[in-house]
Design a protein. Sequence first.
Length: 361
Amino acid sequence: MVVTRLCHPPTKFAGYSYRARGPFTQISATWRVPTVTKAVKTGVGVAVWVGLASKAGAFIQLGTEVLAPSAGASITYHGVWGATRSFTTKAHDILDLRPGDVVKADISRGRSGVWRLRLVDVTQDHSAAFVVHYATAATFTTAQWFEEDISPHCTIQSFLEPAPVTVGDLRLDRTAPRLSDRSESVIEAPNGIEFVASPLHDDSFTLGPPSGFSARYLHVTAPFNVALEEFEADVGAAARAAHPTRYRTGSADVQSTAEVAKGLSLEAVTAGEQAMAVGRHVLDELGQQRWPATASARVGALVRAARAMIAAVGSIIARSERSTAWTLERLVQSGGGVVAAANQVRQRIGLPPADSVFAPM
């Protein structure tokens, strides 16, 4: 699968992620293979998977993939596994599936550190089981149950819209995990499709479109998140090329990045101007909408914080000769205030917190 450009990676996942000291040695869940409810015109896809990750970056996952590999091609359904953080990069097909099949995915680690992966199609009564020698000495401290937008590039049809999916029988080290909304993520696709996870109940949760104020908020704010991600992608390209091991986004770690590239590219300046224009429109609409009484004052604070971030983007563009490291520092500083204000709103309308300064709402 060829990757060209990803759309705002922090919002490509819906589901739950749990981090602890570990080490975790087993994760599993059961779900139905999603049925796609909308036609597609280009190569796009969606995956559901379970996975374990280490602090050092090792990652292993097992799940199902629904893929339209090229424009006009038939949609395919496969069981897949991978040893990367996203099926967008490379997934290995292991089992043919049908939409609606009930599957169970189980990843476990033996005493020698070797991984045993097993994907069972309960409906068709067939399975794939195998052993993987991978990161045998790593300590895995993060467990994830996710639906992922695996669309390889930003297009108006960049995300298949599957039917809601219930992920059940969640197990972590053979016991039911305790998860909260602080562990939850939301998909926000560029074509306006959003998917959220319901609260955990009886060791299961459902992934589907939001409703009410949650849907309204995501619909209004998503364009600003997308525009800022585009700006960050253009700014960060030079930094990643110059210092690929030191450049990290989405946290204050960016502030320690060295002065690695001088000046903004024309693409970055254009993307910044676009982000400012989109941001002003989003904030106007956000202020005009009606919100619950408990959220209204928080929305006002969010608008003020976001206006400050837009002003920071304007300052960055006006000083486009400065280094990308300086630019990223300004974005991190202003974005942190937006994230804090946005999370006050999200908490009051039933959404999980935002956690990236480059998709802060």
